[in-house]
Design a protein around this ligand. Structure first.
Ligand code: PLP
Length: 455
């Protein structure tokens, strides 16, 4: 059976975000995951791993939660599907929309459901365009994103994503997308700057871009409260308040992409509340169902909603929606998941155990000569490796140092993730992590680092 699976996998499964042919050439052997409980997953050979990346930053409640499985089964038995177009709807997504608005930052009023973070960001772009059309300024169309931002991999959201890997080989349309600098303090070009000065420098660059393009051509700015897939990069002090004032000045919408930070990851229900951001639109997915079922959403502020309502008088139906928008099974999974987050007090745990994990990591690795920085926020941490710490010499990308450390960590039974650009090991375990499990992650990371950088 496992031989058969191996052959089918090699010959038929097109793995996402993977080099084509790598399986056929035997360079990658799929590890087939067959079970999970808490922060642990098990593969088909019976080996168990501590998943210190929660799948792909998404299994917030941990694996094997029966409550969610039962909610999914119950919904599937009662009513697996009905759509939500026009005068139809089902109970679960209606209840869920209320639960989300109750938890969302102030000023939010509606939830538009999709199935992936990518499609939710597509919705954001279209809503920003529609919004400006209603307001009689159809020229306000460009969207500003940041280098190292991750917003998806569809045609438009792949363009938004500020990682070359996601657009280069496809010739994705660059217009109407613009990129500005990431607030990546560790790699700031001028090391004499403190965090606040660097935040100001980033915002000045953003303003230069807005002025060069013309504010009347720019619809929205999108950013993750803390950059995730681009390297786990927390914003420097004051960054978001400065960005927000600037966007207000030029009447540009703010889209907070909370696909990773939403639902507790930063020790608050939403990253926007954590960093005191007041977005016009919020993208959610991942932690909404802990990825027990595919579900995403755009949380729409009342400000934007009122304009959409006004527009509908003139433009009629908003021609945007998928067959499986507001899917009842996915919504039932989300309801059970949000209840579990509350019952298990996972938001507070992310705050407390996150602080514990990051401080233990900094203590164990902060002085290592090949560690440039240990950073993060809540239950997100990154260790960035450097060739020469004192002289800020970075490794040649071809050495793939992050991948080497992640592989050494895997050998020790812990899954971390090498971030796609740079020598960075990312850690973002499920929010149910205990201190004992955090200790295991830190000890294993230290051993992995020592194995890669033999002193
Ligand atoms: N936005 C952010 C911040 C993400 O991290 C991701 C995925 O990692 C996405 C959007 C895209 O989500 P999906 O992979 O579900 O399309």
């Amino acid at each position: 059976r496992s031989n058969e699976l191996g052959a089918w996998d090699r010959d038929h499964l097109f793995h996402p975000a993977t080099e084509a042919g790598a399986h056929t050439r035997g360079e990658i052997q799929t590890r087939v995951i067959s079970g999970g409980k808490g922060v642990y997953i098990t593969d088909k050979s019976g080996r168990t791993f501590l998943d210190a990346f929660a799948g792909l930053f998404c299994v917030n409640v941990g694996y094997g939660r029966q409550k969610i499985a039962e909610a999914i089964a119950k919904q599937a038995k009662e009513l697996a599907y009905y759509h939500a177009f026009g005068d139809y709807g089902t109970e679960a997504p209606i209840t869920l929309s209320k639960m989300i608005i109750d938890r969302a930052p102030a000023g939010m009023s509606r939830v538009y459901f999709g199935l992936s973070g990518s499609d939710a960001n597509e919705t954001n772009i279209k809503l920003a365009w529609y919004y400006n059309n209603v307001l009689g300024r159809p020229g306000k169309k460009k969207i500003i994103s940041r280098w190292r931002g991750y917003h998806g991999s569809t045609v438009m959201t792949g363009s938004l994503t500020g990682l070359e890997l996601y657009h280069k080989a496809f010739d994705l349309p660059r217009t109407p997308i613009l990129h500005t600098e990431a607030p990546y303090y560790f790699r700031r070009p001028d090391t004499t700057m403190n965090g606040e000065q660097f935040a100001q420098a980033c915002v000045d660059m953003l303003e230069d871009l807005i002025l060069a393009e013309g504010a009347d051509t720019i619809a929205a700015f999108i950013g993750e409260p803390i950059q995730g897939a681009g390297g786990i990069i927390p914003p420097p002090t004051g960054y978001w308040s400065k960005v927000q004032s600037l966007l207000k000045k030029y009447d540009i919408l703010l889209i907070a992409d909370e696909v990773v930070s939403g639902f507790g990851r930063l020790g608050r229900m939403f990253g926007s509340d954590h960093y005191d951001i007041r977005p016009d639109l919020i993208t959610i997915s991942k932690g909404l169902t802990s990825s027990y079922a595919p579900l995403s959403g755009v949380i729409v502020s009342d400000k934007v909603w009122q304009v959409l309502v006004k527009g509908s008088d003139e433009l009629g139906t908003i021609g945007h929606g998928w067959t499986c928008s507001a899917h009842p099974i996915c919504a039932a999974a989300a309801i059970a998941n949000l209840e579990l987050i509350d019952e298990m007090d996972l938001v507070s745990n992310a705050h407390d155990t996150g602080a514990y994990l990051r401080s233990a990591l900094a203590e164990a690795l902060g002085n290592h000569e090949n560690v440039g920085e240990v950073r993060g926020d809540g239950l997100m941490a990154a260790v960035e490796f450097v060739e020469d710490r004192d002289n800020r010499i970075f490794f040649d990308a071809s050495k793939k140092v992050g991948e080497q450390v992640a592989a050494a960590l895997l050998e020790r039974g812990v899954i971390g993730r090498a971030m796609p650009q740079g020598d960075i090991l990312g850690l973002a375990p499920p929010l149910c992590l205990t201190r004992h499990e955090a200790d295991i992650i830190v000890e294993s990371t230290l051993k992995a680092v020592d194995a890669v950088f033999v002193r």
